[in-house]
Write a protein that binds this ligand. Structure first.
Ligand code: NAP
Length: 252
């Protein structure tokens, strides 16, 4: 028996790679051997921190600055990547807007659903077509606890992340027999810019912390190992699942 987590010779696209969870995912994939194409809204063409981290592992890094709220820009990226040999696609970029459902601005709803769900389908459709043609590939979505739960004051986010759960299963049903696995990772409460508002609110922060069996907020590097697993041959018989990485939250 041999178990391989080795990604040497592969190329991974990681969206939202500039900071937070995506940064940790990109660095972990590079450490395991993958060259990285890092995408985010504002990533620098040269000299980003994540470029330096990837190159420190001896891997190549390319940056693409794309706003996922801009359908034409996402289609242009998709068109470029369709012709590249991409082995791993990590759909991680995401945004959040907080306001009670009755007052939630419709522009926020549209933007969150576009960035967190629709743009990810546009990109995955194109990159996945290349993977299917080559008969191999790994697609990983960053889902959320709100792929399972409703959350508070984030109706667009909860709807988009629940949509990701459906998309993972829909794509897995079509693609797994053709060599492409499709899975999600559901991070729990991770200390990044995305959750700064929650951590700034002493009551919400305490309520969240008290419910996490691990007794601490998660860190971006908690997501690193599961990402390498789902990107590697070690997970070849895993498809269509959302893996919670949440310090035990969902089991509570
Ligand atoms: N933190 C948590 O507790 C948590 C829990 C569950 C799920 N998640 C999910 O994890 C993913 C990463 O979040 P994070 O916590 O790492 O947040 P973060 O620190 O705010 O990072 C978000 C990343 O996504 C990129 N991004 C945001 N909007 C974009 C847009 N319109 N176009 C292109 N890129 C965009 C950002 O690009 P720039 O850097 O260029 O702005 C950034 O690199 C998201 O899908 C989020 O929903 C987070």
């Amino acid at each position: 028996m041999s178990v391989s987590f080795d990604l040497t010779g592969t190329t991974a696209v990681v969206t939202g790679a500039k900071r937070g969870i995506g940064y940790a995912m990109a660095e972990a994939l590079a450490e395991a051997g993958a060259d990285i194409i890092g995408v985010s809204a504002t990533i620098e063409a040269e000299g980003s921190a994540i470029a330096a981290a990837v190159e420190a592992h001896g891997r190549r890094f390319e940056a693409r600055a794309v706003d996922f709220a801009d359908r034409e820009a996402v289609l242009a990226l998709a068109g470029e990547l369709r012709d590249r040999e991409i082995d791993i696609l990590v759909n991680n970029a995401g945004t959040i807007e907080r306001a009670p459902a009755a007052e939630h601005p419709l522009e926020w709803w549209d933007r969150v659903v576009e960035v967190n769900l629709s743009s990810q389908f546009v990109l995955t459709q194109a990159v996945g077509a290349g993977m299917l043609a080559r008969g191999r590939g790994k697609v990983i979505f960053t889902a959320s606890l709100l792929s399972f739960q409703g959350g508070i004051n984030v109706p667009g986010y909860a709807a988009a992340k629940s949509g990701i759960s459906g998309l993972v299963k829909a794509l897995a049903n079509e693609w797994t027999a053709r060599g492409v696995t499709v899975n999600g990772i559901a991070p729990g409460y991770i200390a990044t810019d995305n959750t700064q508002n929650l951590r700034d609110d002493p009551d919400r922060s305490k309520a969240i912390l008290d419910r996490i069996p691990a007794g601490r907020w998660g860190r971006p590097d908690d997501i690193a190992g599961p990402t390498v697993f789902l990107a590697s041959p070690a997970s070849d018989y895993v498809s269509g699942v959302i893996l919670p990485v949440d310090g035990g939250w969902l089991g509570r």
